[in-house]
Design a protein around this ligand. Structure first.
Ligand SMILES: [Zn+2]
Length: 473
């Protein structure tokens, strides 16, 4: 692999960032950092951003007594602040209100129109403002949208432009079956295959009466449906930002499973119609509950990631989220156990191991610089395997097993009973062992990794302040 282009969805700014957005974005960040280590910084492009158009934004802005422009500026900024606090290393922050994006979308749409993939027709259907889309029959449960149970669904009828999704479906199906692009995990791929084989209708790609959006280039009464506008961000970014063109196609689209459909079918169909190369992998992670409860506004358990950063630090939160459950599955984030886990794995785990070794080195008064400089780093093969299988949660577990084993070995070897050459040899072996662990840790806990490298990369090693201060339970 010569380049790696990873994306998160662009998040819809009708509301501020929550722990769900943080989860997806941290996973993407781990992949970006991992590939920077593997193939070089200049060969990785990590994109995230915000989706800022549509009827829902107008509503949300009104509610806040703001203009849509001021409103999206403010919320988009909240995302950027949050990602900074979480140590997110995106190379660019994309906003769909970027005027250059408007041009890309209009060019793409015009091409599709000229090629005969778009036509005008009357649309009638049940619309969910929460999802910003018409729902199909099987998406309506007890007359409600399952994702927005408090939103009243309305019947709407309007003249729309339609995209010939149905005609393109056999091509998409073939591409998916022959793995021209992959949908992961495998159960999700099967769901998508089943749904496509069940038959697909054309989709409406424009709205009237929504003036906060990108105008359809040949008919200004219509604006581009916000989902289509949003999907194009991934392509748009490689055109707008200088010297990113060669990053297309995307190597890894990451997202929560509720928006997989847009990416696994509609996005592919748009690209096929435009004769563009398809993304390589679309990975949908599962949903999670918080302490066994579904996250919802009405339950008041929408978690602000910044509050968690305040409690556990950037790396602490990254660790706790990444190790909560297997990323492809649904799971639970047990906030109630965070403190305990923080103490056992971080304060008493990596934190204690580092202090222990550093203290022994300090007391020995040897100069370890030559050893430090000699240590060669190679990515751990088992970690590489886990990452290739899109299992960063598994990769981090491997590192923690190494930490535990290390701790046990120190306990057995009792270096504090040794002196002279024996002590020096064993301490050198510890440094040769802790530095590669730190390097492997970089994608996951970047600050901690750098701190460990700094602690042992100096002539006079001294026991540092705790990397993770114990929490009172
Ligand atoms: Zn909905």
């Amino acid at each position: 692999m010569k380049k790696f282009y990873v994306t998160t969805p662009i998040y819809y700014v009708n509301d501020k960032p929550h722990i769900g957005h943080a989860y997806t974005t941290i996973i993407a960040d781990v992949f970006a950092r991992y590939y920077r280590q593997k193939i070089g910084k200049e060969n990785v492009f990590f994109l995230t951003g915000t989706d800022e158009h549509g009827a829902k934004i107008i509503q949300a802005a009104k509610k806040n007594n703001q203009s849509p422009r001021d409103f999206v500026d403010q919320v988009s900024n909240q995302y950027q602040v949050a990602w900074k606090a979480l140590g997110i290393s995106n190379d660019y922050f994309f906003r769909t209100t970027n005027p250059n994006h408007k041009k890309t979308v209009q060019d793409m749409l015009q091409t599709l129109y000229d090629k005969g993939y778009i036509y005008k027709s009357l649309y009638k259907g049940i619309y969910c403002v929460g999802c910003e889309k018409y729902l199909t029959e099987d998406e309506i449960i007890n007359e409600k949208c399952p994702h927005h149970p408090t939103t009243e669904l309305t019947e709407q009828e309007e003249e729309n432009y339609f995209f010939k999704l149905r005609d393109l479906t056999p091509k998409v199906l073939e591409a998916l079956e022959t793995e021209k692009y992959r949908v992961l995990p495998i159960e999700k791929r099967n769901e998508i295959l089943g749904k496509i084989r069940g038959g697909i209708n054309d989709i409406s790609i424009s709205r009237t009466g929504v003036d906060w959006g990108i105008p359809v280039p040949w008919d200004n009464k219509h604006t581009v449906y916000v989902w289509v506008d949003a999907l194009f961000n991934y392509y748009s970014a490689t055109r707008i930002i200088p010297q990113k063109e060669h990053f297309w196609p995307v190597d890894l689209h990451l997202m929560a499973k509720d928006i997989l459909w847009f990416h696994a079918l509609i996005w592919e169909a748009l690209l096929l119609a435009l004769d563009k190369e398809l993304p390589k992998v679309i990975f949908a992670h599962g949903f999670f509950s918080i302490d066994g409860q579904k996250m919802s506004k009405s339950l008041g358990n929408i978690i602000d990631p910044l509050e968690l950063v305040n409690s556990y630090g950037t790396d602490g939160l990254r660790y706790l989220l990444l190790t909560s459950f297997a990323i492809g599955n649904d799971g639970d984030i047990s906030l109630s156990k965070f403190k305990e886990k923080y103490n056992s794995d971080l304060a008493n785990g990596i934190g204690n191991l580092v202090s222990r070794i550093a203290r022994l080195c300090e007391q020995s008064k040897y100069n370890f610089i030559p050893v430090f400089e000699k240590v060669k780093f190679k990515l751990d093969l088992s970690i590489e395997k886990a990452m290739t299988e899109y299992r960063p949660d598994e990769a981090i577990k491997i590192i923690w097993n190494q930490i535990q084993k290390f701790d046990k070995d120190i306990h057995n070897e009792q270096p504090w009973t040794l002196s002279g050459e024996k002590l020096q040899k064993i301490l050198e072996s510890y440094i040769e062992r802790i530095i590669p662990i730190a390097h492997n840790l970089k994608p996951f806990l970047p600050d901690t990794a750098e701190k460990i490298i700094a602690i042992f990369g100096t002539e006079k090693i001294i026991k540092p302040e705790s990397l993770f201060r114990r929490k009172n339970l």
